[in-house]
Design a protein around this ligand. Structure first.
Ligand code: PLP
Length: 395
């Protein structure tokens, strides 16, 4: 039996040829394809600068380090995210605080964010997560940040290819960083495009761009204008901060460039799949399908549904298993990060702290969505969802 999982890459023949060509070049890392991919990302998103790196996690660490003023500065992020959003802050010497979500969008709730910011004294950075690919309310978040002089780093690991409309009617591509200091992407295979592992940060700030680039490459600069001492030869470089090797290879950038050319097609297919699911599940009063209003175009990284397991009298784990037995591997996004044992121990978080997120976790399930999924498969999955839930209901 073929198993359908919740996400997978779309790699086509010309992607494979692009990688093979890159492998035959003289420079297989730190060559010209790195800058070519960065330029293409700037062109797509509209940001002035972009720095590609080895993963979305590496991109978050670079962004946090570039934004940090002092150790112990605080980051506020949504509790409905992958642990990397929070862990990367800790790895950068920052503290993490969590915030509850909006029940409709499942993104950080700007009202709760405002309250949390005023309760915590050490906050320096807000990291909104465009959950499932749906853009956050960036105008509200920018306003909250500006009131307190905070930095905004968008975690857009789900949202390359998404767009949102501002209150004056103008559209913004996620990644343009029009309402943030930096935006972070992941190119993991289940994301909008892939470089196998990989990530990027986009920004419009030259100073941040230079910091990000240096931190990606051991903290080294070769720019004469940045030297503290006179250079004594063409080999001379200086290191001002201990950085990392978070580089992305030319081979991976070749794949990224090839994939980026297909991004709009991939997102359009994800959108079609999402509409089909919504249409097929419309009649089920025990399933809530995801929201998308006229001011946000999701990248549809995930198709999340909320199921009233309690009302149905169905055990979520048992149902999950029975879908697996029928060849459909579902996922849950996410276990609220504040409930992870580490964060409970470190900061004293406990159940009940973020009731909207916790209720979402109880009911949420991610159905498979990726460009190669066929309409027939979507119809089959939707039918299996309804049938298995009906079968498992107590008589
Ligand atoms: C919201 C979010 N942030 C960060 C990451 C980390 O990205 P990567 O896996 O490329 O390190 C992920 C990856 O799944 C993610 O979903």
């Amino acid at each position: 039996m073929e198993v359908i999982s919740y996400g997978r890459q779309t790699v086509e023949d010309d992607d494979i040829r692009a990688v093979a060509d890159a492998l035959g070049r003289e420079m297989i890392t730190q060559g010209p394809l790195v800058e070519a991919f960065e330029e293409a990302l700037c062109e797509y998103t509209g940001a002035k600068y972009s720095v590609v790196c080895s993963s979305g996690t590496a991109a978050l660490i670079l962004a946090y380090l570039a934004a940090k003023e002092r150790d112990g500065d605080g980051v506020i992020t949504s509790t409905i995210t992958f642990v990397a959003t929070a862990n990367s802050a800790l790895h950068s010497g920052l503290n993490t605080a969590f915030c509850d979500i909006d029940p409709e969008t499942h993104n950080i709730d700007p009202d709760v964010l405002e309250m949390t910011c005023s309760e915590l004294s050490d906050v320096r950075i807000i990291t909104p997560v465009h959950f499932a690919g749906l853009p956050c309310d960036m105008e509200r978040i920018r306003a909250v940040a500006d009131k307190r002089g905070l930095v905004v780093i968008e975690d857009a690991c789900h949202a390359l290819g998404a767009e949102w409309r501002d209150s004056a009617g103008g559209w913004h591509k996620v990644g343009s960083s029009s309402h943030s200091e930096m935006t972070v992407f992941s190119f993991h295979p289940v994301k909008s495009i892939t470089t196998c592992e990989g990530g990027a940060v986009t920004t419009n700030d030259l100073h941040l761009y230079r910091c990000l680039k240096e931190l990606r490459e051991h903290g080294i600069t070769r720019e004469g204008s940045r030297f503290d001492y006179p250079g004594n030869g063409p080999w001379y470089y200086e290191m001002h901060t201990p950085g990392y090797n978070f580089r992305l290879s030319d081979i991976q950038c070749a794949l990224g460039l090839s994939q980026l050319g297909k991004l709009d097609r991939f997102v359009a297919r994800r959108r079609e799949i999402a509409s089909l699911y919504t249409e097929l599940l419309r009649g089920c009063d025990f399933i809530t399908t995801p929201a998308e209003d006229g001011n946000r175009r999701s990248a549809w990284h995930l198709y999340t549904v909320s199921i009233d397991f309690e009302g149905l009298g169905v055990d979520k784990a048992r149902w999950f298993d029975s879908m697996k037995q029928r060849g459909v591997r579902l996922q849950v996004h996410y276990i609220p990060v504040h409930l992870q044992p580490y964060y409970r121990r470190r900061y004293g978080y406990t159940e009940g702290d973020f009731p909207v997120a916790e209720e979402f976790y109880r009911t949420e399930v991610s159905l498979p969505i990726y460009p190669l999924l066929t309409d027939d498969e979507v119809e089959l999955i939707a039918a299996e969802v309804v049938e298995t839930l009906t079968v498992l209901q107590p008589a």
